[in-house]
Ligand binder design. Structure first.
Ligand code: GDP
Ligand code: MG
Length: 177
């Protein structure tokens, strides 16, 4: 063993937002630790997890924040958004209401965050295709209109989880480098 020290070139704060139970915590668990749990408890306490990766030969530490059960409207504090350079705006593609609330989350995000924040709209639980309640066209149209990236993901079977986070982190990198 030699030198454990690792030079970090960039730290990027990314926030997860969206209604309760859409899968925010499981997306983070999948990305940061490659884990998933079926009976995940409402998130309490843990503020963020980190994952270090290399983009364009630079070491980037992604610091990804998860709401601690504050998903009620306006309950997420401004400290949560402070310094965020990326956001994952998550709905459950089997729950129409969670998509209908996205505009509100986006308003709140835009009201609090830096104006150059990179935002990815995520339709999670795409493994439950037979229960789809949000047509992909609706989400694409919304994302185009609002200038957001968009992907459907599954934290359960891993579909697009890594790609979604990497897309946001790479785009952030391009704007700061
Ligand atoms: P949060 O409140 O947004 O953090 O949601 P959680 O991550 O706690 O997930 C809520 C529930 O949805 C849990 O029972 C998860 O196991 C389940 N879940 C999360 N992601 C997925 C997914 O991609 N597919 C399926 N089928 N279930 C998921
Ligand atoms: Mg949670």
């Amino acid at each position: 063993y030699g030198d454990f020290s690792q030079k970090i070139d960039y730290v990027f704060k990314v926030v997860l937002i969206g209604d309760s139970a859409v899968g925010k915590s499981q997306l983070l668990a999948r990305f940061a630790r490659n884990e998933f749990s079926v009976d995940s408890k409402a998130t309490i306490g843990v503020e963020f997890q980190t994952k270090t990766l290399v983009i364009d030969q630079k070491t980037v530490k992604a610091q990804i924040w998860d709401t601690a059960g504050q998903e009620r409207y306006r309950a997420v504090t401004s400290a949560y958004y402070r310094g965020a350079v990326g956001a994952m705006l998550v709905y459950d593609m089997t729950k129409r209401q969670s998509f209908d609330h996205i505009a509100r989350w986006l308003d709140e995000l835009r009201g609090h965050a830096d104006k150059n924040i990179i935002i990815m709209l995520i339709g999670n639980k795409c493994d439950l295709a037979s229960l789809r309640a949000v047509p992909i066209e609706d989400a694409k149209e919304f994302a185009e209109r609002e200038n957001l990236f968009f992907m459907e993901t599954s934290a359960l079977d891993s579909t697009n989880v890594e790609t979604a986070f990497l897309t946001v982190l790479t785009e952030i990198y391009r704007t700061v480098s």
